[in-house]
Design a protein around this ligand. Structure first.
Ligand code: SF4
Length: 287
């Protein structure tokens, strides 16, 4: 593992994103939840707007849930907005308003999994924990074990990532790997650009990717698209099921199904009529 080469590669990128410039715990938490399922380039404007609206954890905890969902526009996967709102309230209630630094406390918060907990602990507090997401799994499996990640046990990858970690600066280390996985060691790797190329076992063994990455369900026309469109319309104003169906260009049964799912997840408030598929049933963002 060429640690020096990786950190040198990362040096010029250290301030590539606004959440890295002032890595305070609240700001890191917001950015990491946003980055869970959204590309960094799309997160940047949403992150800046979100922080203008909710500059502190206390402001976010005080906000109505509907306001938080409204400010989540452009990011998709709106359930994260609900979880972040709940996490902020839990931090105020249970941690005196301070984002916890221990991954074991972080992982108990709504919407925070082991990866996000490790990222917040290392990036905001300098804790020596590896943040292992799909990108880092791919790099660890390839560079150290010479295999694609699906051919290696998650436990083995976690061991490799823990052994790799640069404990002098875990934040820089974790972010360097995140960037490398996003931009260079992608499902189809760009090995000629990679600072790890010298010691990479995947390259040594002259392996090529064994299989193309699993394909996600295409977004257009999917149920997720209908859900996203419903939330987008409700960001503008409360509505009826019939109006939502017309504006979304989707059959009312499909919109009712989306509304029922969003209601169950706490993103919207829907009257019984809307859930039963009645055109005049009222729907609004959750309060
Ligand atoms: S050399 Fe290629 S396979 Fe190895 S870590 Fe870099 S991009 Fe990934």
């Amino acid at each position: 593992m060429n640690r020096v080469g990786l950190l040198r590669w990362y040096r010029s990128r250290r301030e590539a994103y606004p959440w890295r410039i002032r890595p305070e715990p609240y700001r890191v938490l917001v950015s990491e939840v946003m980055l869970q399922q959204t590309q960094a380039s799309r997160v940047v404007p949403a992150y800046l707007r979100f922080l203008r609206r909710f500059p502190t954890l206390a402001a976010l905890a005080r906000a109505r849930r509907g306001e938080v969902i409204r400010e989540w526009r452009g990011l998709g996967y709106n359930r994260r907005a609900v979880a972040l709102s709940e996490a902020a309230r839990a931090i105020v209630r249970d941690h005196g308003g301070r984002v916890p630094s221990d991954p074991e406390d972080l992982v108990r918060l709504p919407g925070i999994g082991p990866y996000t907990a490790a990222a917040v602990a290392s990036l905001a507090y300098g804790k020596g924990v590896p943040a292992v997401d799909a990108n880092v799994r791919r790099i660890a499996a390839r560079a150290e074990l010479g295999a694609e990640p699906h051919a290696v046990s998650p436990r083995r990858i976690q061991e490799v990532a823990a052994a790799w970690l640069d404990r002098r600066d875990p934040a820089a280390w974790n972010q360097a790997l995140m960037d490398l996985g996003r931009e260079v060691c992608r499902p189809l790797p760009r090995c000629s650009l990679c600072p790890l190329r010298g010691g990479c076992r995947f390259v040594d063994r002259r392996r090529s990717p064994e299989s193309p990455p699993p394909r996600q369900q295409p977004f257009p026309g999917s149920f997720r698209q209908v859900r996203g469109r419903v939330v987008e319309l409700l960001r503008e104003r409360p509505s009826t099921l019939g109006s939502l169906s017309t504006a979304a260009g989707e059959p009312i049964e499909r919109v009712a199904k989306a509304v029922a799912a969003l209601h169950a997840e706490g993103l919207v408030q829907a009257g019984p009529g809307a859930i039963r598929g009645r055109a005049r049933g009222r729907v609004l963002l959750a309060e």
